[in-house]
Design a protein around this ligand. Structure first.
Ligand code: UT7
Length: 330
């Protein structure tokens, strides 16, 4: 039987305990607390100890989401893990999560759309429910960015952190996930990348020596893209859904830089408090940033039944995606 709609049944998040402040970074990098706060809004980030991998945080976030949804792992039909820092190349992180959760009926698939991964995975998971193929889908965004950062490069090392967040999507009578848009512009692939470790440039002593397994970013270009795509994709998604920008109760953008959020709010003519921001506490956690922010917004009481939310992801690829969700609807 085909479902009429898709709703978010529950949400969860997990971050490692260890806090790294800007002053901690300034102890070994030519940077300062003042520069990092002024240029990014970041005050601290969480960094996982060596005993943790991406799937460990993903499982913690998933358990919380399942509990808040009142769904048993054994009833999941599909697990999607958005990540660009998988535990290992093969098998998928989703398969490891499936086993750890005991979700024995669930199919498992990783989604790599970098910082837009969660928005992509929500849209993809939603489609499986809408077509009636599956009833209950776990969508996780999880990244240990600390494992792919060049800790000697001050222009990227100060930006990133580790975390995971998850939602459970379920079939509903009416639509709560009211609209999604996804996009990509692969001509910008070189702007933000990890050059080595894949089939183009397999790992070698040279790639390790030259730090080619770490993130390289052309910050200014990516910044400009971030502002433009936040503005453009929000306009496009709301217009296609037949709602007004002002109807959005809360926008949960990818947390890359507070200045990107402020610039987009100004261009859209929306008050900046219409955007949830927690980049100060966690930095850029890539695919985890939206569900991490959503979990925080929900637990703080800022999200109420019937609110219209927009999740907006953007990042390497270049990729972007928007999910419009009526909270508690469906
Ligand atoms: O998740 C994917 C999306 N990622 C993003 O959206 C990140 C987008 N980019 C950004 O957020 C910003 O471009 C950065 C925060 C990365 C950089 O800020 P910026 O205002 O664009 O600075 P800049 O790269 O133009 O650098 C300005 C100066 C440079 O020095 P000179 O050449 O003017 O002497 C940098 O060397 O700031 C210097 N700088 C730093 N100084 C102290 C760069 N990083 C640092 C640092 N501490 N950590």
């Amino acid at each position: 039987m085909s479902a009429h709609g898709v709703t978010v049944l529950g949400v969860g998040a997990a971050v490692p305990e260890r806090v790294i402040t800007n002053d901690d970074l300034a102890a070994f990098l030519d940077t300062s607390d003042e520069w990092i706060i002024r240029r990014t809004g970041i005050r601290e980030r969480r960094i996982a100890g060596p005993e943790l991998a991406t799937s460990d945080l993903a499982v913690q976030a998933a358990r919380q989401a399942l509990q808040s949804a009142g769904v048993d792992a054994a009833d999941l039909d599909l697990i999607l893990v958005a990540t660009s820092t998988p535990d290992q190349w093969m098998p998928s992180t989703a398969a490891l999560v499936q086993d750890a959760l005991g979700a024995s009926r669930a199919a498992a698939l990783d989604v790599n759309a970098a910082c837009a991964g969660f928005a992509y995975a929500v849209a993809a998971g939603g489609q499986f429910v809408l077509t009636g193929t599956y009833r209950t889908v776990l969508v996780i965004g999880a990244d240990l960015m600390s494992r792919v950062v060049d800790w000697s490069d001050r222009s990227t090392a100060v930006l990133f952190g580790d975390g995971a967040g998850a939602v459970v999507l379920g079939a509903s009578r009416g639509p709560a996930l009211i609209h999604c848009i996804l996009g990509a512009d692969g001509s910008g692939a070189r702007l933000l990348e990890i050059p080595a470790g894949g089939s183009r440039m397999p790992a070698s002593t040279e790639t390790v020596r030259d730090r080619l397994h770490a993130i390289r970013m052309q910050g200014r270009e990516v910044f400009r893209f971030g502002v433009e795509i936040l503005v453009r994709s929000l306009r496009e998604a709301t217009a296609e859904a037949g709602v007004r920008l002002e109807d959005l109760t809360l926008i949960i953008p990818h947390q890359a830089n507070i200045r990107i959020i402020q610039a987009a709010a100004e261009r859209l003519g929306l008050p900046v408090d219409r955007f949830w921001a927690n980049v100060d506490s966690f930095g850029n956690t890539s695919a985890a940033s939206i569900p991490l922010a959503l979990a925080e917004a929900v637990s703080s009481g800022r999200v109420r039944h019937g609110d219209l939310l927009a999740f907006v992801g953007f990042g390497a690829g270049l990729t972007w995606g928007v999910n419009l969700v009526t909270w508690g609807g469906g």
